[in-house]
Design a binder for this molecule. Structure first.
Ligand code: HEC
Ligand code: HEC
Length: 362
């Protein structure tokens, strides 16, 4: 049986190299995504979340959507070292959203503990989505006729459009951005020829001598702990959230299943290629700071190549996505009974915003 032969291979080749306990192959098989009890999956919710993901009207100037920075064609990231902001780039790199459904902590510093919360924080963030105040965000979405119908259908007609519901719908769409059927997935599921020999040797190094899997854990090659890997960066990282000295310059351990698609790397975008990442780990980080948890690996040129080959074999099948049609029909503002004037907070806010737009810096 194919599966038995992979296991035989693991015992014959990987285990002696790793000199560790027998490898639990099942641990590396990707499970199905689970949805939280308070935000269960539905097809209509995913469809709505997808529209909102691509809709620039969530931002106050209607100029950026989630996809502006988490672009499907760029590994659901932006290929920039630092995320675009207004005039100056932000200090952090945009992480990919592939497999974020399997994470337990969000943002490089872990300031959100669930996906819905991370998205809600984005909407208000003056750096990220720049949505403005909650009621303005809601008013902009309420101003579009078909969104009202869709939110009512998904969340019930009472109070359908709220920040919570916007975040819940987007989170449901984002949970579907999953990397599957990589050569590694097929190999670990029992097809010995699915991955080239160099990648198999790279995996042996990953779980063995190079100790990568102590932080990049199965099945997503991610981790919920924060680590200091000795990058040259003044960013306090998780220390800002947890206020414990061991978390100074410590960051979230990102998943690696799609990593060949998402250069550049690290919270500060400081590594341009996988070759640079491996060189960085090989020398035990860039900075021998007291908190740096890495130790130099002294890999041979062949071992470095094997490691890169392994990382490239983590890329799954392309995640197909079509850009959705977005609502364009605007709800006509109700007439104010007393004055007969157009009175609707959405309309009024719009007018106010337009009159001040010229003086607002972006
Ligand atoms: C201006 C660019 C930008 C926009 C627009 C943007 N993001 Fe982000 N996103 C980032 C950056 C940068 C981070 C990391 C920030 C940090 O760690 O402090 C991030 C982090 C995230 C994370 C956490 C990922 C992880 O690995 O922890 C999620 C989830 C996310 N974004 C989803 C979204 C969604 C959904 C939207 C739309 C509502 C959105 N983003 C809009 C740049 C952006
Ligand atoms: C001590 C824990 C730890 C070990 C050991 C470790 N990593 Fe990491 N890895 C991290 C953390 C934390 C980050 C994010 C660091 C940052 O941005 O500050 C990261 C980032 C990465 C990235 C960049 C991902 C991205 O999307 O930006 C790659 C690739 C990577 N690691 C591969 C490896 C490989 C290969 C090994 C073994 C040679 C390894 N890691 C060992 C914790 C670790």
């Amino acid at each position: 049986m194919a599966h038995a032969s992979v296991i035989a291979f693991l015992f014959a080749v990987i285990i002696p190299v790793a000199q560790a306990a027998p490898l639990d192959t099942a641990a590396w098989i990707m499970p199905a995504v689970t949805y939280p009890i308070d935000n269960p999956y539905s097809e209509a919710k995913t469809r709505l979340g997808k529209q909102l993901f691509f809709d620039p009207r969530l931002s106050s100037r209607r100029m950026r959507s989630c996809a502006s920075c988490h672009h499907p064609g760029l590994g659901w990231a932006d290929a920039l070292p630092h995320a675009m902001a207004s005039r100056n780039a932000l200090s952090r790199h945009t992480p990919s959203l592939i497999n974020v459904a399997f994470d337990k902590v969000f943002f490089w510093d872990g300031r959100a503990t669930n996906l819905e919360g991370a998205i809600r924080q984005h909407l208000f963030s003056p750096d990220l989505m720049r949505g403005g105040r909650a009621r303005d965000i809601v008013a902009r979405i309420e101003g579009l006729t078909s969104y009202n119908k869709q939110f009512a259908a998904v969340f019930g007609s009472h109070n359908g459009i709220t920040i919570e519901h916007i975040s819940a719908a987007i989170a449901t769409f984002v949970r579907g951005i999953i990397s599957r059927h990589s050569p590694f997935d097929r190999w670990i599921a029992g097809k010995p020829k699915a991955m080239p020999a160099s990648a198999i040797r790279g995996f042996a190094l990953f779980v063995g001598k190079a100790r990568c899997s102590t932080c990049h854990a199965p099945p997503g090659f991610n981790g919920s702990e924060f680590h200091n890997t000795g990058l040259n960066s003044l960013d306090p990282g998780h220390f800002e959230i947890a206020d414990e000295p061991r978390y100074r310059n410590a960051f979230k351990t990102p998943g690696l299943r799609h990593v060949a698609l998402t250069a550049p790397y690290m919270h500060n975008g400081s590594k341009r290629t996988l070759e640079q990442v491996i060189g960085f780990y090989d020398r035990g980080g860039d900075r021998p700071a007291e908190n740096n948890e890495l130790i130099p690996l002294q890999l041979s040129a062949q071992e470095k190549q094997d490691m890169i080959s392994f990382l490239k074999n983590l890329t799954g099948r392309p995640i197909k996505v079509t850009i959705p049609t977005l609502p364009t029909e605007q709800r006509s503002p109700p007439r104010n009974e007393e004055t007969g004037s157009l009175f609707n907070p959405w309309h009024r806010n719009n007018l106010l915003r337009h009159t001040t737009l010229q003086s607002v810096d972006d």
